[in-house]
Design a protein around this ligand. Sequence first.
Ligand code: BGC
Length: 730
Amino acid sequence: MHGLKKSILLLVTLFCAASCARDNVPLYKDTTAPLEQRVEDALSRLTLEEKVAMLSAQSKFSSPGVPRLGIPDIWMSDGPFGVREDNRWDEWGTASHTNDSCTAFPALSCLAATWDRDMALRYGQALGEESRYRGKTVQLAPGVNIFRTPLCGRNFEYMGEDPLLVSRMAVPYIQGIQQNHVAACIKHYALNNQEAHRHDIECVIGERALREIYLPAFEAAVKDGGVWTVMGAYNKYKGKYCCENAPLVNGILKGEWGFDGVMVSDWGGATNTDDSVNGGLDLEFGTWTDGLTEGLSNAYPLYCLADAYENGLKSGKYSIEGLDDKVRRVLRLIFRTTMSGSTDFGSFASPEHFALSREIASEGITLLKNDADVLPIALDGIKKILVVGDNATARHIDAGGSMYLKTKYEITPLEGLLSAVGDRAEVRYVRGYRPCPAPGEPEDAEALRNEAVEAAKDADIVLFFGGHNRWAHQDCEGLDKLQYNLPYCQDALIEALGAVTDRLVVTLITGTSVPMPWADSAESILYGWYGGSEGGNAVADVLFGKKNPSGRLPFTIAKALDDYPMHHLGLYDPDNAGEVVYGEGIYVGYRWFDKMDIEPQFPFGYGLSYTDFEFGEPSADRKSIKEDGKIRIRVPVRNVGKREGSAVVQLYAHRTGASQVDRPERELKDFGKISLAPGEKGTVELELPAEALRWYDEASGCWRVEKGDYEAQLGTSSRDLFASIPFAVK
Ligand code: BGC
């Protein structure tokens, strides 16, 4: 059989080569030929110098192709929420083009809060279309590092604390991008869970926690998403930088998972030629050249994979097989993207993309409290609306680090509210608090607060918009937050507003968790996230009931910082540039809160709706499974309220029998979202493969599924369970 297959392949190759030769098209350019044949054909035509040149940057965001052979350059673009404007060739500054204002989509923390895989697919498709239109080869997205501390500056770019949720959202997002013949680039591999000392910190972690918590999203991206590129993290693991890390890259990524794509360095993540060559790096970007501080101009020949590599190859220090493996990967990337033969050129900043951006933003908005049904706001009876807070008017898209975007427009919450209200009520705005770069109370904090409180006394409803912004030490790359509490004295302001009104709605624009010592003072609390270009309209859609909220928290909101394991165990130390110890092991997020029996402010998976759902008796198709089997569970759901709305049913696995291994109380294994009209009934179908119950055995270095008794727990959050189904693995 094997022989027959080989002969057929040979015949096809010969036929193809013959017909291409007839048309005078070299095999590597024939987009109908099998990928690997194109790769081998191209490889055979390259000189050593051309091969080496393909492995490092020629400008801030591009690497060279082979002009002689018509193989195009590779063009990279940040980031996860849109296509970044073009830079100047060798500088970080803008190229000042006038045709690159994109659609800004919501931050990935907002996407994660939708718990909607279809939404993730459509997000990826639209982003891929924009990227393709802008002529990009690789979109540097998604970011999937796990929320370990609320202080991490990049939590807003990532998708929360649970490896299954992150994996499930990342896979369709990647597929959506790549359907456009643009490569996704999942980042940052691995363990970039804080920004403090991200360039050098050594992450000390047990193999089990690494495998069960921090790697699953990358593994799913490779195995299920078929991702074409992976970006290394800056930090170190086992003494080596992650971009040049043989155990992580050669061992796990390329070896165990069979990744055949390109390992890209983070910008400046490669540090020396030996490690880059031997540690699995394929494509190097952004390297600094004078000791990790500033770059020389046009220093590209000094890159680790440039001249030094070429010299080492010529002297026999490095192998040609090693070089060819890297070049094959880069060629594969080019043939999958720019030279795929697709004549689809994408679309850019279209009304459809802005409409989708609004849809995703409103789908992610998460309602956490709604006493006395203050929301949705019914305008009859409301004459005066007071809007308070800097985030009602602040724009965020053009800041925060590498994910910043130049967008065509950004609707603020105040603008969204004004267009939703029209002339049906009076809308007044007072600022209430002022962001300032320094920690501590700004001088005018009290005056601003008093002004807002006075105005609130006279209003029928007070809408407060606070949270973070994308400044340094807020939701921003490169730096962590300096405090868990809301900045700029917002806690005192919210409390003071609550004392003078019984209709206070707090909307938080942020990408991380914050404590809510003022929770009793507000009638309603929402997570509005960073909603992108249409964020303000999306918030208005939810506040006025055009959209029934159905977001669910992708992370646990703790009452106090020390409730999080990293802080409880004293493992977070921004003054320590040496190492960070992952001492909590697998007990991250709700796994820790369950183990320690800590009551969160709001649990993982939590979110309310303007309607109510009734969950019927769930049924399973079997009571026991073998190690390669799966259980299918059906959960009847009925909308018993008066509005159309969506419910999210979450399936957690819980070990009931005595376990030979330390296990979390429960772990998310599947979820399903269903949208129902008032009175409508439906069924959420969930699956639990035995393989999902696996744990990583450090002693033997392999995954194991423990036989015995389990429960499939069904809930609307990690703490609100409505049913459980016992089953056994035999
Ligand atoms: C960030 C990456 C980004 C790259 C290019 C780095 O500083 O960590 O996420 O893709 O810059 O801008």
